[in-house]
Design a protein around this ligand. Structure first.
Ligand code: HEC
Length: 118
């Protein structure tokens, strides 16, 4: 009897957690976010022609790398695997994990000139 009571509750907990875990990155939302934060003002309107050669190109970059980089700026370099940069630390601060996921998916979807080898 006890087992039968626990099972539905556990199942319900698992099912209600599923939509969050399974939510795919949203490219459209990612585009809206980069427009909202005006990331193009430095990284270039197509994210492939930054305003300064020392600023990285983002178009077509691997989504997992972009996620890692943005999370690292947000974390700061006092934490393990953190990054610090006067500009990007401030840019990454307001972003949630979900924002970063969506932004990374959008930037990855753009055509870019990044190459592994020339
Ligand atoms: C004021 C200029 C500026 C703005 C605005 C800006 N960035 Fe950056 N971004 C930079 C610079 C400069 C770097 C390189 C920093 C470094 O050397 O660590 C950088 C680095 C990055 C990187 C790491 C790329 C790599 O190859 O390691 C990502 C990802 C990134 N920016 C995403 C964004 C996103 C997303 C936004 C908008 C929310 C944004 N940036 C807004 C200037 C900017």
């Amino acid at each position: 009897m006890k087992k039968m009571m626990i099972f539905p509750a556990a199942l319900l907990a698992v099912l209600s957690a599923l939509p969050l875990a399974a939510r795919a990155a949203d490219v459209v939302k990612g585009q809206a976010l980069v427009e909202k934060y005006n990331c193009a003002s430095c990284h270039g309107k197509d994210y492939n022609s930054p305003i300064d050669p020392s600023y990285p190109k983002l178009a077509g970059q691997h989504a997992d790398y972009l996620k890692h980089a943005l999370t690292a700026y947000r974390r700061g370099d006092t934490a393990m695997n953190g990054r610090t940069n006067a500009i990007m630390s401030a840019q990454a601060k307001p972003l949630t994990d979900r924002d970063i996921n969506d932004i990374a998916a959008y930037l990855h979807s753009l055509p870019g000139s990044l190459v592994l080898r020339k």
